[in-house]
Design a protein around this ligand. Sequence first.
Ligand SMILES: [Zn+2]
Ligand SMILES: [Zn+2]
Length: 421
Amino acid sequence: MAVKALKGFKDIIPGEVETWQFIEHTAREILHSFGCEEIKVPILEKTKLFKRSIGETTDIVEKEMYTFADRNGSSLTMRPEGTAPVLRAYIENSLHVAKPICKLFTIGPMFRHERPQKGRLRQFHQISVEMLGLDHPRQDAELMAMAALIIQRLGLTVSLEINSLGCPKCRPAFNKALLDFIGTIDDLCDDCLRRRESNPLRVLDCKNETCQEHYKDAPSILDHLCADCDSHFSEVKKGLDLLEVNYVVNSFMVRGLDYYTRTTFELITNDLGSQSAVGAGGRYDGLVKQLGGPAVPGIGFGMGMERLALLLQESGKAPQAKGIDLFIAALGDAAQERCFVICQAMRRQGLQVAMDLQDRSLKNQMKQAGKAKASYTLIMGEDELAQNRVVLRNMETREQQDITFTNDIENWCRELATVIN
Ligand SMILES: [Zn+2]
Ligand SMILES: [Zn+2]
């Protein structure tokens, strides 16, 4: 029996891959326009990197990481998210020295051992962006505007939900208010009981309906921000207003990861009737230092590519596969031989070219040209070969022209390429 792929691991095959290339291309273009530079980091890291950054008591670290011992017994983990590896690389390569404000992005697979369900894979792909070195509120607004622009440029709608999670100075007072409030509820779910001890903020994230009903009356973190966090959040909102980015404030939005401070946000699309989150991020001002680097602030986000690809496909906005520039139909051994050389020379001209190497009938070869959605077909049969010419057919207008063949193939192809382009 043939070996199948792992559960939760999926191939992206031709026909789908064009959508992925479109997403990557669009994202890269916008990221570059904001001064973000690409960084490629390893998929495998030491386990302690994620324990230290994401937090020991998070779902990711407790239940979801692909962690194993290598042949030397070191504990390794396949990255479950992009921020920690990028920050590790930023610190290790002292990138802050050359660029006090450093904007980095990476695109690639992440791994989490979650229960597979529709649209949720164990190997999933993210566009992950980190802006380091600046805690100015306009940086937050700019980053969110950039994330929204990527989604808009893909042809999807986007709305933004934002919140502030405060800082280590004001969070304890809110935690206390929240714990006092939780103390008045007697039917909390087990998850919330556990989180109450480890990370009280996260109870607000509970999906249990009974819990959610209670939390409607929970205190708001926005009422507990210190003066600095409060004015930072006001300036962030003002920045979004200036850039005309629509947002709603959701004071119950928290993040699953421990390291977030101040601005936090989710990107939501509405394209298929129901709301779905396509990305999320936030500020993490203490994280670089916590990982052994300089005390620089940072903000970032991750965008899920599977979700974007699905939205594009299901809403009919996915790009169609483009046809090739030229199909070469050669008939007979001598014409096949000459066209084999022409084919290669046309590719050197930068054109997408295909030919049938099996010398099948003209009818069959024209069918292949149609299937390949060729813009032009070049036909060389025995007659054409004898008369030192080829027939060039515009597949859209069906116009045909004779073109005399010369022995200077390179030059001849260069001229032919200008006709086709
Ligand atoms: Zn604060
Ligand atoms: Zn709960």
